[in-house]
Write a protein that binds this ligand. Structure first.
Ligand code: PEP
Length: 252
């Protein structure tokens, strides 16, 4: 049984005051016995403070990125050890904004994945195709390649301590979500691809959907058999929306 995850990627938004208010509202509205694990991913500079606000609560702390190197002369970078030190349990790697705006290659993303796991952080590996790639019928080729580079470097067993997020680039921040059917097709493909190497790992790996998830479409997306929760951008900045998305995973 895969426990769903709902993770809020705050991206480069917020102030200390905004964060405190958002966390307070989330904690006030979080139900006992939520079906899903709840994560927030604040910007680096706020990790420690948000970590303090969510300590001993059901909200877990995640970072938005990590350096592929362990330590050293890498100005502006943040290491996995540092993220662990301030209380992170998870870290996003390969978000499409990193891949496309900052030109991160599949290989760099795979090294970030490995660097995170070396410090016992759970990587949330983002994969997804651009609109032109989908329209050219290349979705599986692109997503398969992004996944395979990580599997080649780290081995399939590494997915036992990782999460995958399928995020079609054309759906991120656009208000145009994939349909539940489109999401299910790619999630099933991802699971099959992992299953070619290890069926048990494939069955246990949580595959989140991300891309314009809102309170209004979360339940039908999460109802698909291979969709194990969501990575939420814009809607995670609004406590009411985010709590409704969390509630769409049901209770246990
Ligand atoms: C994201 O940034 O990971 C994301 C899914 O954004 P949004 O929900 O705003 O589309």
């Amino acid at each position: 049984m895969r426990r769903p995850i709902v993770a809020g990627n705050w991206k480069m938004h917020g102030t200390r005051a905004d964060n405190a208010r958002l966390v307070e509202e989330l904690l006030a509205g979080l139900p006992d016995g939520a079906a899903a694990e709840c994560l927030v991913c604040p910007p680096f500079v706020y990790l420690q403070e948000v970590g303090r606000l969510v300590r001993d609560t059901p909200i877990q702390l995640a970072a938005q990125d990590v350096c592929a190197e362990a330590q050293g002369a890498f100005t502006g970078e943040v290491s996995a050890a540092m993220l662990k030190d301030v209380g992170c349990g998870f870290v996003i790697v390969g978000h499409s904004e990193r891949r496309w705006i900052y030109h991160e290659s599949d290989q760099l993303v795979a090294r970030k994945f490995a660097a995170a796991q070396a410090k016992s952080l759970v990587p949330i590996l983002c994969v997804g195709e651009q609109l032109a790639e989908r329209e050219a019928g290349r979705t599986e080729e692109v997503v398969g390649r992004q996944l395979d580079v990580v599997l080649e470097l780290c081995g399939v067993a590494a997915l036992r301590a990782a999460v995958i997020a399928y995020e079609p680039v054309w759906a991120i921040g656009t208000g145009r979500s994939a349909t539940p059917e489109q999401a299910q097709v790619v999630h099933a493909f991802i699971r099959e691809r992992i299953g070619m190497r290890d069926a048990k790992v494939a069955d246990a790996t949580r595959v989140l959907y991300g891309g314009s998830v809102k309170a209004g479409n979360a339940a039908e997306l999460f109802a698909r058999p291979d969709v194990d929760g969501g990575l939420i951008g814009g809607a995670s900045l609004n406590a009411e929306e985010f709590l409704a998305i969390l509630a769409a995973c049901g209770s246990r």
